[in-house]
Design a protein around this ligand. Structure first.
Ligand code: NAD
Length: 353
């Protein structure tokens, strides 16, 4: 076995139905006496429930979280935190809401108690992102890693099935690329394999019975493990492609991951056979790339970039951008092959097994 360094994240995690009841105690544990609760406008009612649960420990709600954390939103939220004298941040929602908390924490150092309601996994990573006119800027800082995370599957019941499936494949992508990341190790491999197995089992169950708490718990558990892998292992082609497509063409995050992942895996398959074997085994499928495609398609997810509104002529520019900056990937980045990958993802073709 090769020598390795494993850096365990410091987060305290509470997992299970009903764990939200522990919120006031957990806020107190962090020393939080004036929590600023964050949400999107859609999830205002959930934020109000969180405020009610926090009682006197709630200082206020900022419900302006939006996709990709625009700098203006981050400034407005930081200003609200200052105005209220907030001493901790409680984002309740998906990656966009957690991302807003991270942006505030980056400047203020306020501790985050995260309550995730999608499978994006941001709560397990020290990665932040901010968008301005010049595009999306990302970085890593342990200051933004949530100190406490409460995963209560009951909060994911209202997550619509199509977003549940694509968000689940977004999580799965972190684990899949974790198998060939440069700084992977046997522990992250274990997390990745168990995370993929949980999602591959849970997502069809959620599709069949969206109100089933056991199925929801399985998916949220898988998302947690996959998010941990994202926080610990550097990602490769798939994540870079999705970052480019999302940032340049303003495509929706989870859906883009779902369309691209089968083709990014097919691109890397011959260069990372061990990773493909483990992904396939966790999926319970004969082939990793085709197995991911089938999981998405059979559960009703959009599998073609053209159905997300990407114009075919934009594929040239996307291929240029993907090939432009070198980054670690098991198979060298060749523009022609990347263009073919994008073509397959645009049409939503099933990768050959
Ligand atoms: P999102 O947070 O944008 O949420 C999408 C929509 O679903 C929002 O309107 C939200 O309010 C709603 N929603 C969330 N949970 C719900 C629920 N349980 N019931 C009903 N509606 C619900 O989407 P996302 O896919 O979770 O996050 C995407 C963003 O997160 C992207 O900007 C991405 O870059 C970022 N991200 C960052 C990291 C990281 O480590 N920094 C990791 C993953 C994703």
């Amino acid at each position: 076995m090769d020598p390795f360094v494993y850096l365990a994240g410091p987060a305290r995690v509470l997992f299970g139905v009903g764990m939200l009841d522990r919120l006031p105690d957990e806020a107190a544990r962090l020393g939080g006496t004036r929590a600023l609760i964050l949400s999107t406008p859609n999830q205002r009612a959930v934020a109000e429930d969180i405020a009610r649960r926090l009682g006197t420990r709630a200082a206020g709600i900022f419900d302006g979280a939006v996709m990709h954390v625009p700098v203006d939103t981050s400034r407005a939220a930081s200003e609200e935190a200052r105005r209220l004298g907030a001493d901790c941040l409680v984002p309740v929602g998906g990656g966009s809401t957690t991302g807003l908390a991270k942006a505030i924490a980056l400047d203020s150092g306020l501790p985050i108690l995260a309550i995730p309601t999608t499978y994006a996994g941001s709560e397990m990573t020290p990665i932040y992102g901010l968008t301005d006119a010049g595009g999306k800027r990302t970085g890593r800082d342990t200051k933004v890693l949530p100190k406490t995370v409460i995963y209560d599957p009951s909060l994911t019941i209202p997550l619509p099935v199509p977003l549940s499936v694509t968000s689940g494949i977004n999580a799965l992508a972190h684990a899949a690329e974790g198998f060939y990341g440069q700084d992977r190790n046997p522990i992250t491999d274990l997390l990745a394999e168990e995370g993929i197995r949980a999602l591959a089992t849970g997502l069809p169950q959620v599709k069949a019975a969206p109100q089933d708490l056991d199925a929801r718990a399985l998916c949220l558990y898988g998302a947690w493990l996959c998010g941990t892998v994202l926080g610990l292992v550097g990602m490769a082609l798939h994540h870079k492609l999705c970052h480019t497509l999302g940032g340049t063409f303003n495509l929706p995050h989870a859906e883009t991951h779902t369309c691209v992942l089968p083709h990014a895996l097919a691109y890397n398959a011959a260069s990372a056979p061990g990773a493909m074997r483990r992904i396939a085994r966790a999926l319970g499928a004969p082939n990793a790339a085709a197995g991911v495609y089938d999981l998405a398609a059979q559960n009703g997810a959009v599998v073609a970039l053209r159905d997300l509104g990407l114009a075919q002529r934009d594929l040239e520019r996307a291929a240029d951008l993907a090939a432009a900056s070198p980054y670690p990937n098991p198979r060298p980045l060749e523009r022609g092959a990347l263009r073919a990958l994008l073509d397959d993802a645009w049409h939503g073709r099933r990768p050959a097994a």
